[in-house]
Design a binder for this molecule. Sequence first.
Ligand SMILES: [Zn+2]
Ligand SMILES: [Zn+2]
Length: 335
Amino acid sequence: MKALVLEKDGKLAWREHELRVVEGWYRMRIAAAGICGSDLGRGFKGGAYHYPLVMGHEFSATVEEAPTGGKYAPGTLAAVYPLLPCGKCTACAKGFIQLCERYDYFGSRRDGAFAEELYVPESHIIPVPDGVTAEEAAMTEPAAVAYHGTHGFTLAQGASALVIGGGPIGLIAAQWLRIRGAGKIAVADIDPAKLEFARHFGFEAADTGGGGAEERALPEYDVVIEACGVSATRTMAVARCARKGVVSFIGNPADDWTLPMALFSSVLRKELTARGNWNSVPDPDWREVLAHAGKDLNLKDLVTARVPMAEGAAAFRRILNHEGFHCKTLLVTNH
Ligand SMILES: [Zn+2]
Ligand SMILES: [Zn+2]
């Protein structure tokens, strides 16, 4: 088969690549696969576990060939949960597969979906309901990560929310908070184009105190989602959280973090709750995404580019060179 192969750091090529056959798994034909921010580090900043590697962990695919006794028929459109838990560690034993200590992962630790085909186990096939497109289904993974980071805590109806980071995960997180009943939802980002894009989804730009607003107190929010992962935004998340509020961290950290004493004191004085989030789980996260997609969860408009998978290398280049505006780029096959 053909695949978009990461041959070494910074070198992607659409070429012949051996499909890894797994007995008892389904042979899936990839429909669409999203480029994730993590793929930029993985493919272009020395972040890969090994070479050659086929990246791609956000994807939809159709069953091409089912194993004997498999319950899904050829032609079934599915979203595929990319994390393969070991099934033996303490986390797995407790049922927290997303926290597995020795997990495998499509598109990072093993070959993924920037390819024509991929073998996947039945347990990871999540059939897509009628009315949800293959492109929307390819967004299930980031939407589920955003779901994971915006649930599991109480949120009063009409509560205010701040989402720091206007990328795909941030904009989906903001939508989940709206679905949960949040009132005012603001998005913060240093990129004005991302704030403009956020407005299209009905979210206002957060007041970040720029423009000579010296001593003015900035608004605080009942829930703050941190979806950037740098120290400045983590500090901002704590500073802008209201009394009894929740700070939910989704952004993968890119640096160390030091909190000034007065701000840490505010964690106590405001009785803040800090939450860490890692990955997503098929149930409820993935199930909920597919139940809401195309209804009150707008995934379609996050897709700013659809590129034939064979031209994937050029798509990566455009993102890395900041050519034009990008939210989510999907690599699509002509299957
Ligand atoms: Zn991702
Ligand atoms: Zn495990």
